[in-house]
Write a new protein. Structure first.
Lengths: 667, 189
C-alpha cells in the first residue's frame, strides 16, 4: 500500500506549501537581486508538479483498487464499474476535478519553466512562475480545506454508489481534462499580464511570448467545448447540441474573450499597439474561466450539470475569486494607465488592425450578451424576487446580429494590409468571392427553409470562399504558371495558411449550425417489421434483442435505413438498465453520412393485444457532424499557425533573410 | 472632468472593470449568504406554488378543440387535471395510455407546449386523444409562469382554480391509483 490515500493527502499538502514558496521566493529574490532564490523557483515548479502527480496517482490507485473507505470513491465508484471509467471517474466529481485543475496548473508552471528557459528575460519569467504558484497555492488550499478527495469514512461500505450512468461514456471521460487544460491554460497569459503590469513594461516581444500560450489554451478550450457539445448531442438523446445552459455559457464566455485575445495579441506582436487592451483581455479571459468553473459548483447558477452544492464551499471560492480577480483588476486600474502606447501607430479603419479591432469589439459584445443572459435570472431573483427564464429565443435574437458582421469581417480581414487599405484593390480581390458566394447562396436557397438559416449559411460559405481565395491570391493561382504557384505556396508563412484553415473551420461550423436548424424528427410507436418514412428515408425496425453489458443490461433495437430500397445504414439504438443505480438510460445510435446524421433513440416498449410496440425517436440532422468537424479544423489551423517558425524569437531573425521580399510584404 | 490630471482620468477609466467585477462579486456573495440562510434558492426559482390560484393566462385552442384561460379554471366546481405535453417528447407518448384510462375519472385539459398544431394533431391522432380541452402554448411563455421544468407535467386544479397537486414527472399507473385518484375523491367530496 505505497500509494495510500494518506500519501496522496500528504502530497497535496506538500504541493500547497511548495506552491506558496514558488509564489513568494521570486519576489524576494528579485528584490534582493538574489539569483539563487530565482533559480530555486524553477525547481519548486517541478517539485509542485511531481507532488501533485503523486497525489493524483494515489486517488486513481484508490479508485482502481476499489478502496471504498475513501468517501469520494465510495460516493462515485462501484466494483462493477469498467476500469476505464474507474480511472476517468476520478475527475468526474467535484473533489477530483479540483485536484485535476490544480495538477494542470502545476503542469503549466513546469512547462513555462522548461520552455521559457532561454528566450524569456529572467525577471519576467520568475514573476510569471510566481503568479502561477500563488494561484495554485490558493486552489490547493481550497482542495485541502473544503473539498478533500482523500477523506476516509468509517465504516467503509461494501460497494460504492456508482457514477451517474450518463457519464459512463468515452466522450465524457476525456472531456473534463481537455476543457480544464483550456481553462487553466489561460492562467499563463494571465500571469504574463500581471507580470507585465508589475514590471510596467509591455512590448512587441511580450505579445510574441503570450500568443503561443493563448493559442494553446484556446485550442484545448475549443476541443473541450466541442467535445461537451458532441456529448450532449449523442448522449442526452434530445437531438440538440447546445442548450444555452449556464454551464455551457460558462465555457463559451472565456472562449469568446480568448478568441479576442489571440487576435489582439497579433496586433501587439506585429504593430506594438493595443497593449493595454490585450492585458485586460488576458486578465478577463482567465477571470471568466475561473468564475465559470467555480461558480458552477456554488449552486448559484441553476443548471442541469449539478455538482454537489455547498454554500460554505461557495464562500471560499468567492473569496478566492475576489482575491485573484479583484486583486488583478486593482493592479490593472493602478498600473495600466502608466503603460503608454509607445510608438503608437495610427491606423485607418479599413486595415488589418481595423478589422482585428472590429473582431475584438464584436467578440466582446457577444461575450457581454451571453454574460447578461446567463446572470440575468439569478440577479433578477435576488434583486426583485421575480423569476425569469432566459433561453434560446433571447440568445438567438441577440447573438446572431452580432455574429453576422463578425463573420463578414472575418472573410475580409486577412486580405487587408496593415495600417491602411484601399477600397478599390480590395473590391478587385473580392468581386470574384462575392459572385461565387451569390451562386452558392442560390443553390443553397433550394435546400433551406426560412430566411435566417439561409443568410447564416450564405455567410458561412462566404467565410470559406474568402479564406480560400486569400490563399489563391497570395500564391497567384491561375495567374502565374502552376509551378510558381506551388513554390509560392511552400514559401507562404505557416501562420497565413493556419489562419485560412482556422477561418474555414469556423465557416464549416456555422454551415453545420445553419443546416441543423432544418433538422426533421419523428416520434413513433413501431411494432417489429414496420417501416416509417422520414426525410426521404425508409426506417425499418427489424429486430429487438437483449444484450448484457459490463454493468448494465441492454435492450438493443435494429433499425435499417433505406433510400429507394438501397440500404444506407443500420442503427442500433438501445436502452441500458444500470442495476447499481436502478436507472435506465437511452443509448443513442447515429450514422454519420457526409451530409447528414441519421439519429435514433429507443424509448419504452408497450404490449397491447399481444403486439409489442416500441417507441422510437428518429431524427434527420443535416450537416450535424460539420459542427464538430469545423471545430476540429479550427484547432488544426491554430496549431498549424502556432508551429510557425517565426514564433521562435531567434529563428525569426535568422529566417527573415531567406524570405523573399514579396513574402515579407504579404505578412 | 477637466480638473483631473490625464493620469487620474486614465486610472478612473481603467477602474471600470474592477467596479463591474466588484458589483458582480457582491451580488454573488449576497446570493451565497442568502442561500445558507435559506432565503434564496436558485433551484427553487421555478417551483409552482401549491394551494394558490393558477397564474393568469389565456391560450388559443388547437382547432377543432377549444382552448382555455385561467378565468375558466377559476370558475370550476369540479377538479380538472391540466397537463403540459408535447409531440416531441418520448415520455409524453409513453404517458398517453394512462391518460386515456384517466379521462374516465376526471376531465383532462391539455396544453401543447412549444409545439405546432399540425404535429400535435398528428400525435393525438396516432396515440388517441384524452383531452376535453386542448390549448396551445406555442412559445412556452405560459409554461414559464406555471414553472414547468420539462414535459410532461401535470397539475390538479381544484375548485376556484387552486393548484392542489403538482407532478413534474410522467404519470404512471401507481401515481394514478395511489395518489391522484384518492386526492380527486377527497377534493370532490
Amino acid at each position: 500500500m505505497f500509494f495510500s490515500p494518506e500519501l496522496g493527502h500528504y502530497a497535496l499538502a506538500l504541493a500547497c506549501i511548495i506552491a506558496t514558496a514558488q509564489g513568494i521566493f521570486p519576489f524576494i529574490g528579485l528584490y534582493y537581486r538574489n539569483s539563487l532564490l530565482i533559480n530555486l523557483t524553477y525547481r519548486l515548479a517541478y517539485g509542485q508538479c511531481i507532488a501533485l502527480s503523486v497525489s493524483f496517482l494515489c486517488l486513481i490507485y484508490a479508485a482502481v483498487t476499489n478502496d471504498f473507505s475513501v468517501e469520494n470513491i465510495a460516493m462515485n465508484s462501484a466494483v462493477s464499474k469498467p476500469l476505464l471509467y474507474k480511472i476517468t471517474g476520478v475527475w468526474g466529481n467535484h473533489e477530483g476535478s479540483i485536484l485535476l485543475w490544480a495538477f494542470i496548473l502545476s503542469l503549466c508552471g513546469t512547462v513555462v519553466s522548461l520552455f521559457g528557459r532561454h528566450s524569456l528575460p529572467t525577471s519576467l519569467k520568475a514573476r510569471v512562475i510566481a503568479i502561477l504558484g500563488l494561484i495554485a497555492a490558493g486552489f490547493e488550499l481550497f482542495c485541502l480545506t473544503t473539498s478533500n478527495p482523500f477523506m476516509r469514512i468509517f465504516p467503509a461500505p461494501w460497494d460504492g454508489q456508482g457514477m451517474n450512468p450518463l457519464l459512463q461514456d468515452p466522450g465524457l471521460a476525456f472531456h473534463p481534462p481537455i476543457l480544464y487544460a483550456g481553462y487553466v491554460g489561460f492562467a499563463v497569459p494571465f500571469a504574463f499580464a500581471i507580470a507585465a503590469l508589475l514590471e510596467g513594461h509591455v512590448d512587441a516581444a511580450w505579445g510574441q511570448w503570450v500568443r503561443p500560450w493563448a493559442i494553446t489554451a484556446w485550442c484545448f478550450l475549443t476541443c473541450g467545448i466541442a467535445a461537451g457539445s458532441w456529448w450532449s448531442y449523442y448522449v442526452l438523446g434530445w437531438g440538440g447540441y447546445w442548450f444555452w445552459d449556464p454551464v455551457e455559457n460558462a465555457s463559451l464566455i472565456p472562449w469568446l474573450t480568448g478568441t479576442a485575445l489571440i487576435h489582439s495579441a497579433i496586433v501587439v506582436e506585429k504593430r506594438n499597439t493595443l497593449k493595454i487592451w490585450t492585458i485586460l483581455l488576458s486578465i478577463g479571459t482567465f477571470s471568466f474561466s475561473l468564475s465559470g468553473t467555480f461558480l458552477v459548483r456554488s449552486g448559484i447558477l441553476n443548471s442541469v450539470h449539478a455538482f454537489a452544492n455547498d454554500p460554505a464551499r461557495g464562500i471560499f471560492i468567492l473569496g478566492l475569486l475576489g482575491i485573484v480577480i479583484g486583486g488583478s483588476l486593482l493592479l490593472f486600474a493602478y498600473r495600466a494607465p502608466l503603460l503608454t502606447e509607445t510608438n503608437s501607430t495610427l491606423f485607418e479603419p479599413l486595415s488589418r488592425e481595423g478589422m482585428l479591432l472590429l473582431n475584438n469589439i464584436l467578440l466582446c459584445s457577444l461575450c457581454a450578451v451571453v454574460l447578461t443572459g446567463t446572470l440575468y435570472p439569478p440577479f433578477m431573483a435576488i434583486l426583485t424576487g421575480q423569476t425569469i427564464s432566459v433561453g434560446k429565443p433571447f440568445f438567438d435574437a441577440t447573438t446572431i446580429p452580432l455574429a453576422i458582421p463578425l463573420f463578414i469581417a472575418m472573410g475580409i480581414g486577412p486580405m487587408l494590409p496593415w495600417k491602411r487599405a484601399h477600397l478599390w484593390p480590395l473590391l478587385n480581390k473580392l468581386w470574384f468571392v462575392i459572385a461565387l458566394t451569390a451562386i452558392a447562396a442560390l443553390i443553397a436557397s433550394h435546400k433551406f427553409y426560412g430566411l435566417l438559416p439561409l443568410v447564416c449559411a450564405t455567410i458561412a460559405i462566404w467565410i470559406i470562399i474568402a479564406s480560400l481565395s486569400d490563399i489563391a491570391q497570395r500564391v497567384a493561382l491561375l495567374r502565374a504558371p502552376f509551378l510558381t504557384s506551388i513554390n509560392r505556396a511552400c514559401a507562404l508563412p505557416r501562420s497565413v495558411i493556419g489562419v485560412a484553415i482556422a477561418h474555414i473551420g469556423v465557416g464549416i461550423t456555422v454551415l453545420g449550425i445553419s443546416a441543423m436548424s432544418q433538422a426533421q424528427h419523428l416520434i413513433v410507436e413501431m411494432p417489429i417489421g414496420t417501416t416509417k418514412h422520414l426525410a426521404g428515408y425508409d426506417w425499418t425496425l427489424t429486430g429487438i434483442a437483449k444484450k448484457p453489458g459490463p454493468n448494465y443490461m441492454a435492450l438493443v433495437a435494429t433499425l435499417e435505413v433505406r433510400n429507394n430500397g438501397k440500404l444506407i445504414a443500420t442503427l442500433h439504438p438501445a436502452r441500458r438498465h444500470f442495476n447499481t443505480q436502478n436507472q435506465t438510460i437511452a443509448h443513442v445510435s447515429i450514422a454519420s453520412l457526409p451530409f447528414a446524421d441519421l439519429y435514433s433513440v429507443l424509448g419504452k416498449q408497450r404490449t397491447i393485444d399481444h403486439t409489442t410496440t416500441y417507441v422510437l425517436k428518429l431524427h434527420y440532422n443535416p450537416l450535424a457532424s460539420w459542427i464538430w468537424g469545423g471545430a476540429l479544423i479550427m484547432v488544426i489551423g491554430s496549431a498549424f499557425s502556432f508551429s510557425d517558425r517565426r514564433n521562435n524569437h531567434f529563428r525569426h531573425i535568422l529566417h527573415r533573410q531567406h524570405l523573399s521580399p514579396s513574402v515579407i510584404e504579404a505578412l | 472632468m477637466t480638473h483631473f490630471s490625464p493620469l487620474t482620468r486614465r486610472r478612473l477609466l481603467m477602474s471600470i472593470p474592477l467596479i463591474g467585477a466588484m458589483g458582480i462579486g457582491f451580488s454573488f456573495w449576497k446570493m451565497l449568504t442568502d442561500m445558507s440562510a435559506g432565503t434564496f434558492n436558485s433551484h427553487d426559482i421555478n417551483t409552482p406554488i401549491l394551494n394558490r390560484p393558477v397564474p393568469y393566462f389565456t391560450l388559443p385552442g388547437v382547432i377543432p378543440q377549444q382552448g382555455f384561460s385561467s378565468t375558466e379554471l377559476k370558475h370550476l366546481n369540479t377538479p380538472v387535471l391540466v397537463i403540459f405535453f408535447a409531440s416531441w417528447c418520448i415520455p409524453c407518448l409513453e404517458e398517453m395510455p394512462i391518460l386515456l384510462s384517466l379521462k374516465n375519472f376526471l376531465p383532462l385539459w391539455g396544453i401543447a407546449y412549444k409545439d405546432s398544431p399540425y404535429n400535435v394533431k398528428e400525435f393525438l391522432h396516432n396515440s388517441g386523444n384524452p383531452f376535453t380541452r386542448l390549448a396551445e402554448d406555442r412559445h412556452g411563455l405560459v409554461g414559464i409562469d406555471w414553472g414547468i421544468s420539462g414535459v410532461p407535467e401535470s397539475f390538479l386544479i381544484g375548485a376556484g382554480g387552486i393548484i392542489r397537486w403538482h407532478n413534474p414527472n410522467p404519470l404512471t399507473e401507481e401515481t394514478m391509483t395511489h395518489i391522484l385518484l384518492p386526492l380527486v375523491k377527497k377534493i370532490s367530496s
